[in-house]
Design a protein around this ligand. Structure first.
Ligand SMILES: C[S@@+](CC[C@H](N)C(=O)[O-])C[C@H]1O[C@@H](n2cnc3c(N)ncnc32)[C@H](O)[C@@H]1O
Length: 235
């Protein structure tokens, strides 16, 4: 299997998994993060400095980041490859009367259907562990953002050592799969979550990749006792 085939294979598996858990995604996120996930997205949006302009939320899922962005700017595009996730985002957007500000587009983050330099900034929340090629993902984000624009990545990070790391690992590997299976009936998806965090990059490793892809002024902010990171880079 060549690289493109293997990317497509992973994408299909990811899309099918999120289609299955879409009805429970928001509730489980909220419970598993102890109600903190909205706050983390708010921090990411503040760091993107989206004031006005056209803004992209890649791997938008059920659209919570896109909706947060719509509080600051009136042209937000949410892109995802899973229609079932975005449909929930669309419903929330209509309920909030934000449908003129947020467009949902089906597409692949690894081949963004936008021309170069077409957004003022771009964000993604909890997407990095799910994409088949992180370098290509970042390169695509960088391509579509205007020079001087920011790219912001919010993600769970690999468990650290020490007491906090031990507690985090216990929570991630022992509690999350049980809670996820109980609430969604999908044990596989919530075993995938800790596994994907466990083999993900450290904050420093990810920062280096952003620099290698060509971002300037790369920095990160740690949240939730270092278990969440928001990386920012400038094109
Ligand atoms: C964990 S969810 C995150 C959703 C949302 N950003 C949030 O903050 O809750 C990951 C999302 O990434 C999407 N995704 C994964 N790979 C993708 C790709 N190559 N292109 C577009 N979306 C992708 C999945 O369909 C899923 O909706």
């Amino acid at each position: 299997m060549d690289r493109q085939d293997s990317n497509k294979f992973k994408e299909r598996a990811i899309r099918e998994m999120f289609a299955r858990i879409a009805p429970y995604y928001d509730l489980i996120n909220c419970l598993m993060s102890w109600g903190q996930d909205s706050r983390w997205r708010r921090v990411a949006v503040k760091l993107a400095r989206p004031a006005r302009g056209r803004v992209l939320d890649v791997a938008t899922g059920t659209g919570d980041m896109a909706l947060e962005l719509a509080r600051y700017t009136d042209s937000v595009v949410g892109l995802d490859l899973c229609q079932e996730m975005m449909r929930r985002g669309q419903v929330k957007t209509e309920k909030k009367g934000m449908e003129k500000r947020v467009d949902f587009i089906m597409g692949d983050a690894l081949a963004l259907p936008f021309s170069d330099n077409s957004f003022d900034c771009a964000l993604n929340g909890f997407a990095l562990r799910n994409v088949a090629d992180i370098n290509l993902f970042l390169a695509e984000l960088r391509r579509v953002v205007k020079p001087g624009g920011r790219v912001v990545c919010l993600e769970l990070v690999r468990p650290a050592s020490g007491i906090i790391g031990a507690f985090y690992q216990f929570y991630l590997y022992k509690i999350v799969p049980v809670l996820g299976r109980w609430l969604s009936g999908d044990g596989k998806a919530y075993r995938y979550l800790p596994d994907s965090v466990g083999c993900f990059l450290s904050v420093i490793e990810f920062q280096k990749i952003m620099e290698e892809v060509g971002f300037r002024q790369v920095d990160h902010r740690s949240l939730n006792l270092g278990t969440i990171a928001v990386h920012v880079g400038v094109k």
